[in-house]
Design a protein around this ligand. Structure first.
Ligand SMILES: NC(=O)c1ccc[n+]([C@@H]2O[C@H](COP(=O)([O-])OP(=O)(O)OC[C@H]3O[C@@H](n4cnc5c(N)ncnc54)[C@H](O)[C@@H]3O)[C@@H](O)[C@H]2O)c1
Length: 421
């Protein structure tokens, strides 16, 4: 079976390698010619994805994968086309379909009768049928006959994609029975997923993926509010959450200095205004305010931040990944600078140039010669054994993820501040 994967990013490349590892013949398509060249040369453009480098080398060695910028030609040779390009946000926070539209257009120009198109990108409800399907049907193609179509949103997390592919049920929302039969056969061949979870239609699959993300964002907003209340009462919210979650109906997440990444902060804006959902928007504004709240706590502890040097540990939006999309490091730095602090940022996954490219000052020397406070934004494994005594001048640690052991911080002679602790 020959499949093509359109979009060789952090998710698309691992997918292509996964399919090849199961014996499929895979063509990877990307508009980034340098990336395509790199992949064909066996150089992995994605860092930190467990198993990807070896998997890519094996797929190339066995002749089961090659990359191209010519999506139309790749689709013409394939019986299945998987779309996994991002739908992000425009400057005014509306869904940005530019990559998806371009990918669909290229795909449509090479499509042969009977090809199955799978939309794995996370998209607003109705996109697979109403946008991708409509574009593919242009020129007289009949959906369900000439083009088979399904939404199968990808639910993996970077860093552990191959594990997630083996363990998460694969959601599939087919357009019709013919699309289902082909999607079922494809995913059975391409994945080791424990089950294929068929839902009624593409819209249900798209809705389910958004619901997963919205649930987490709203859940975190609730614990963020509880954390502020706990602070006011002098209660340790992490202890209270653990106690609450000892009962099977409570699934409270952890509060923190903000929610980053390309999923949770983005999906609420995939909801159309007419849906009139109130909680997702409220959750966004609560979560977005947490960086400022953390900085205010730190300011309260130090008296003033004017002239202070504050080191943010972790630019990535979560531990052990090289991804800075919507990272809370940015609003933290902004709130600190507004109060007159000098902000240094350290992250073992990013070079100094990459930190600078985001308008931040890297801590080239680590530990720096002097800091007044530390903020833990992403607790990478590399930070777990940090000797806090090595930070000369440091008086306080804001544990922005409630991930440190308070007694260890205090034993180093530093003031411990958590979110709701
Ligand atoms: N990153 C994650 O953790 C994650 C998890 C689950 C789902 N997803 C979803 O997967 C999708 C892709 O995310 P990602 O993180 O891999 O993105 P990414 O930014 O890492 O990669 C996207 C790739 O698509 C390529 N591309 C853009 N336009 C193209 C076009 N017209 N034709 C071919 N290639 C094109 C880009 O050059 C890039 O290589 C998104 O919809 C995202 O919501 C991501």
């Amino acid at each position: 079976m020959r499949a093509c994967v359109v979009g060789l990013g952090k998710v698309g490349l691992p997918l292509a390698v996964q399919y090849a590892s199961r014996g499929l013949s895979v063509i990877g398509c990307d508009t980034d010619a340098a990336k395509v060249e790199q992949i064909n040369a066996g150089e992995c453009p994605v860092v930190g994805e467990e198993g990807l480098e070896e998997g890519l080398k094996a797929a190339l060695r066995e002749g089961r994968l090659h990359a191209t910028i010519d999506t139309a030609a790749a689709v013409a040779e394939s019986v299945v086309a998987v779309i996994i390009v991002p739908v992000g946000l425009t400057a005014d926070r509306r869904p940005d379909f530019s990559h998806l539209d371009a990918a669909t257009e290229a795909l449509a120009s090479g499509l042969r009768p009977g090809t199955l198109v799978l939309v794995e990108s996370t998209v607003p409800v109705g996109t697979t049928r109403g946008r991708v399907g409509a574009a593919l049907a242009a020129g007289g193609r009949r959906l369900g006959v000439d083009v088979l179509l399904a939404a199968s949103p990808e639910r993996v997390s970077t860093g552990r994609i191959f594990r997630d592919l083996r363990t998460y049920p694969k959601l599939i929302g087919p357009l019709d029975e013919a699309s289902w039969a082909r999607a079922d056969a494809f995913y059975r061949a391409a994945l080791e997923a424990p089950c294929l979870l068929r839902v009624r239609d593409p819209e249900t699959a798209e809705f389910a993926k958004l619901a997963e993300g919205l649930y987490r964002d709203v859940n975190i907003a609730l614990v963020d509010e509880l954390a502020r209340y706990a602070d006011a009462l002098g209660i340790d919210v992490t202890e209270a959450i653990a106690a609450a979650n000892s009962q099977p109906y409570s699934h409270l997440h952890q509060p923190g200095v903000g929610v980053g990444g390309h999923c949770l902060p983005v999906y609420p804006y995939f909801l159309p205004e007419e849906a009139s959902l109130r909680l997702p928007a409220a959750a966004r504004s609560i979560n977005d305010a947490m960086a400022r709240y953390g900085v205010e706590k730190l300011e309260g502890a130090l008296g003033s931040l004017r002239g202070a040097t504050v080191l943010i540990l972790g630019l990535a939006y979560r531990p052990n990944v090289k991804e800075a999309a919507h990272s809370s490091a940015l609003p933290l730095a902004e709130a600190l600078q507004e109060r007159g602090a000098r902000v240094l940022v350290h992250d073992p996954w990013f070079s100094d140039e990459e930190v600078r490219a985001l308008g931040l000052e890297p801590s080239s020397k680590f530990p720096p010669s002097h800091v007044d406070a530390l903020i833990v934004q992403a607790l990478h494994d590399a930070y777990r054994d940090l000797d806090l005594r090595s930070f000369a001048g440091c008086r306080a640690v804001l544990d922005g993820r409630n991930a440190l052991d308070r007694s260890t911080v205090e034993a180093a002679g530093l003031r411990y501040l958590g979110i709701g602790r």
